[in-house]
Design a protein around this ligand. Structure first.
Ligand code: PLP
Length: 386
């Protein structure tokens, strides 16, 4: 039996059966179970910031797991404190941190913080965006604007009003003095790597401030250098009230973070929230290795090369390129992204059919100029074979 056949027998059918079984990786390269080599231009969904088996990550994790792998929240450990301090330094604003284990859990913490704020101020509803994605638990799913994955699990514990993403007027109309919080991705990820019009995030900040609602920036996919900035909101020159992180922070180890700025960092009282694995020293050691080795100047240089290279591709199937930094979508003229993903894999490149007409590209942040050149050169042939 192949791994896929065994997978199908053993697992619930929620993912379908992935066509490729990955066995190992090094930098931007991965090898499947049959030994076929690929250039990884999806990075475990924008997670493997340092690429596969980066020596700094291997060393940090190996050392930590051989020292103490788990403490629980009954005890403090040094890696969690160092990581919190490092994140605060990079954020450059007074804030407080809660560590979780995934993006969903980071948003669940943000949601609970917001509920506390809503109860304290007598506010009643949330605002989030159509096609936005915040996770699959009931709190995070209630804020997720994709009816196909949301509706069958309702009713939800809170009222959420959904507004079209990128429309500042619609946001302004929806955010009244009764609104608890606005959950917003600085660029929508799962919707198809969709950046908003310039100034949208800044407008959202102003709208929330004037209505007294919290602005929650879901940077689970956009942070840790992915857009060429440590955090995407820094490019907009605004500070949210709550920030959520996961994915690229651990470089492949599971970790999430919910960060409350100013008073939002003081909303939880002792006993209000917790996690057995949150602040796990191995995940925190991995995240410290990531933060110590992401090179923003390199990200910006190779991101421009990737964007310019892809924009210069002239192919009838390619409508355009959108996104930020090393986080782009090839927008197609036809709904054939699955065929593009398969043709890319055949040619030795891993990409992701994100929407029927959008292919996501999110290589490790250490991707080299040569690897980008190889990918760009392969794109016309891949599109022709789709
Ligand atoms: N928020 C955003 C913006 C995401 O892109 C994702 C995952 O794709 C999540 C939340 C959920 O994160 P996780 O899958 O780690 O629970």
């Amino acid at each position: 039996m192949t791994l896929q056949e065994r997978f199908e027998k053993a697992f619930m059918p929620n993912y379908g059966v992935p066509p490729i079984a990955l066995a190992r990786g090094e930098g931007t390269r991965v090898w499947d179970a049959d030994g076929k080599e690929y250039l990884d231009f999806i990075g475990g969904i924008a997670v493997t910031s340092l690429g596969h088996a980066h020596p700094a990550l291997v060393e940090a994790v190996s050392k930590q797991v051989a020292t103490i792998a788990h403490t629980s929240n009954l005890f403090v450990n040094e890696p969690e404190v160092l990581l919190a301090e490092k994140l605060l330094e990079l954020l450059g604003e007074p804030a407080k941190i809660f560590f979780a284990n995934s993006g969903t859990e980071a948003n669940e913490a943000a949601y609970k913080l917001s509920v506390k704020y809503g109860k304290a101020t007598g506010r009643s509803y949330f605002v989030a965006t159509e096609n936005g994605f915040h996770g699959r638990s009931i709190g995070a799913l209630s804020l997720t604007g994709k009816p196909s994955i949301r509706e069958q699990f309702g009713p939800f514990p809170v009222e959420v009003k959904f507004v079209p993403y990128g429309d500042a007027d619609a946001l302004k109309n929806a955010v009244t003095g009764d609104c608890i919080a606005v959950f917003l991705e600085p660029t929508q990820g799962e919707a198809g790597v969709v950046p908003p019009p310039d100034g949208y995030f800044k407008a959202a900040r102003e709208i929330c401030t004037s209505a007294g609602a919290l602005l929650v920036a879901d940077e689970i996919q956009s942070a840790i250098g992915r857009t060429g900035h440590w955090f995407a909101h820094q490019a907009d020159g605004v500070v949210p009230d709550i920030l959520t992180l996961a994915k690229g922070l651990g470089g492949g180890l599971p970790i999430g973070a919910c960060i409350g700025f100013g008073e939002a960092g003081t909303l939880f009282a002792k006993g209000d929230h917790g996690s057995t694995f949150g602040g796990n020293p191995v995940s925190c050691a991995a995240a410290l290795a990531v933060l110590g080795n992401v090179d923003l100047a390199h990200v910006r240089t190779v991101a421009s090369q990737l964007r310019e290279g892809l924009e210069a591709v002239d192919h009838p199937l390619l409508k355009g390129v959108r996104g930020r930094g090393l986080w782009l979508a090839l927008v197609l003229n036809e709904p054939v992204s699955a065929q593009v993903q398969a043709a890319a894999a055949e040619a030795g490149f891993l990409v992701n059919a994100l929407q029927p007409d959008a292919v996501r590209i999110a290589p490790p942040l250490v991707v080299t100029a040569e690897e980008i050149a190889a990918f760009v050169a392969a794109v016309p042939g891949v599109l022709s074979h789709a």
